[in-house]
Design a protein around this ligand. Sequence first.
Ligand code: 1OR
Length: 289
Amino acid sequence: SVSAESMAPSQDKDYVKVVIPKTQEQRKRIENSIENNFLFKNLDEEQYKDVIDAMVEKRVSNHEQIIRQGGIGDFFYVVETGTFDVYVSKNGAPPEKVHSYGPGGSFGELALMYNAPRAATVVATSDSVLWALDRVTFRRILMENTSRKRKMYESFLEEVPILVSLEPYERHKIADALESAVYEDGQLVIKQGDIGNNFFLIESGEASVMKIDEEGIEHELPGLKKGDYFGELALLNNKPRAVNIKAKGRLKVATLGKKAFVRLLGPVVDILKRNSDNYETITRNARQQ
Ligand code: 1OR
């Protein structure tokens, strides 16, 4: 379990900033590596500079072990180039591969956030370049945002039916990437025919679903409620939005961009596709009414 104390970001300003001298070229490479990483979103200018100042370049060879399950957490890592596999051994059983990372990925935050032993072993599967951030700087700058978001979405994501089959850690990664948005009664969330860029989960409220047929006649389809999702179809099939979706009363949604959707919902894509087969039946039934 996680004690409140270990989660509290340090309040005192009584720290010495870590500054590892680096070239302009190295700074540029760090910026590119963290550009699409959600843990680095919403940093102010000073925090952003402090993080880059503190990072250390680490070149590793194929097969090199970066983190050992059970070990002590010292650094958080961002991948600039190369690939890594993650292994977990449960109750002394042989380690199983559970995940892999490529450029832009990051790992090693759990032990630093929770003052816990390393939860997995991470091994390079090619010659690679990493940027390592020390524990103190990680906790001072990156932890607050990360743990706030993971906590905020945790209980909600546990109750989303499509996500129940995921590991808790996979839901944490989804939480890192989610952004909430609010729509007022009657506001259009998705417009039929538009290009799709986002996936939506309903945090609270309801949405109505309307399909306009070839003759321009609007048909009402079954509505959506808390825990339901929408917007996946255009992302799965690269097709225009198939329906109009409107807020029915105040609607709060959590959204994922397309890239994050593909990366994080990979394990449930088959379920999403299977479920979407039902849409045709639903649409047909609605037309017959
Ligand atoms: P850490 O500090 O514990 C190992 O060091 C890192 O591997 C860990 O932080 C995560 O950043 C990363 N479970 C736990 N840690 C994982 C997992 C994981 N995948 C990557 N890491 N999974 C659950 C396995 C039962 C895999 C989920 C896809």
